[in-house]
Design a protein around this ligand. Structure first.
Ligand code: ATP
Ligand code: MG
Length: 274
């Protein structure tokens, strides 16, 4: 059931091949391989500290591995200079853990900022692009508001609008659901699926939220740390159904433990499953 990582494969948009990653003497990955298909919604699962955010940072070229290769839209980002990475990053939209809008700028300016930095659009075109993206995430009348004046769910939607402002081909999202009420979780989930389907954007998202993952993911990568029986980091990959039916005790334990958490139950309440 493991997807064979093959950077040459036409439908693989992002692939990690035998990646070793350490921060100082803290070894996060040893020999990690996994792949994410073009045009699909893929979700990375794993325990806290298993390295999910690190995978996104490696894909974005924000940190470099000690060994291995990372292919993003056909380019090995481990071999690129900072300047070349800049070009790859333009193809990526990133929504980081916590949203990360700039607190001192209005929502309009937060979205306009990447356009001012990376394009030569005039103010009219910038305004049109900003409003098109705000419309796409269902936000109106927020131009003049500061991030602190938005609710948690609105903030995530604004962060998502900013992540797609430069028309990326891949969007990376770190925990877009954490801390949200069940209705907002559903809304962000639907938005991500819409963005994927309407714009054909590849989505790689990190989540703790099993219920949501099982609803929206076409492909799941579960990160498992090495133990006495399994040297190196294992990425168990497959469709949500394949993971659910897995007989691997580590997969079963992860899905059972995580499904016991409040987030998953809350989402079930919202979905009318209880
Ligand atoms: N800049 C850094 N310096 C040192 N250690 C780091 C750094 N970034 C991450 N780590 C370590 O790498 C490991 C993986 O971190 P990461 O943030 O990727 O985990 P995660 O799976 O996203 O966790 P969570 O679910 O809690 O967000 C952790 O042990 C963390 O302490
Ligand atoms: Mg994280």
């Amino acid at each position: 059931m493991n997807l064979t990582p093959d950077a040459a494969g036409a439908d693989v948009h992002v692939a990690l091949e035998r990646v070793d990653m350490a921060f100082g003497d803290r070894q996060v990955f040893r020999g990690l391989s996994c792949a994410f298909a073009a045009g699909k919604v893929s979700v990375i699962l794993g325990g806290s500290g298993s390295g999910k955010s690190t995978v996104l940072r490696l894909i974005g070229g924000l940190v470099r591995p000690q060994a291995g290769h990372i292919f993003v839209a056909g380019e090995d980002v481990t071999c690129l200079s900072e300047r070349q990475l800049y070009g790859v990053r333009k193809k990526l939209g990133m929504m980081f853990q916590g949203g990360a809008l700039l607190d001192s700028l209005t929502i309009y300016e937060n979205l306009a900022f990447p356009l001012r930095e990376h394009t030569s659009l005039d103010e009219r075109a910038i305004a049109a692009a900003v409003h098109r993206r705000l419309d796409a995430v269902g936000l109106t009348d927020v131009d003049r508001l500061l991030p602190s004046q938005l609710s948690g769910g609105m903030l995530r939607r604004a962060a998502l609008a900013r992540a797609i402002i430069l028309d990326p081909v891949i969007v990376l999202c770190d925990e877009p659901f954490s801390g949200l009420d069940p209705v907002s979780v559903k809304r962000i989930e639907n938005l991500l699926v819409q963005i994927n389907q309407r714009l054909g954007i590849t989505i790689v998202l990190v989540s703790h939220h099993i219920a949501s993952t099982m609803r929206m993911a076409e492909h799941v990568v579960l990160l498992l740390q090495s133990d006495d029986h399994h040297p190196g980091t294992t990425a168990v990959a497959g469709s949500p159904e394949e993971l659910r039916q897995s007989s691997d005790p580590r997969v079963v334990a992860f899905l059972t433990d995580e499904c016991d958490d409040g987030d998953a139950r809350a989402a079930d309440v919202a979905a009318g499953n209880t």
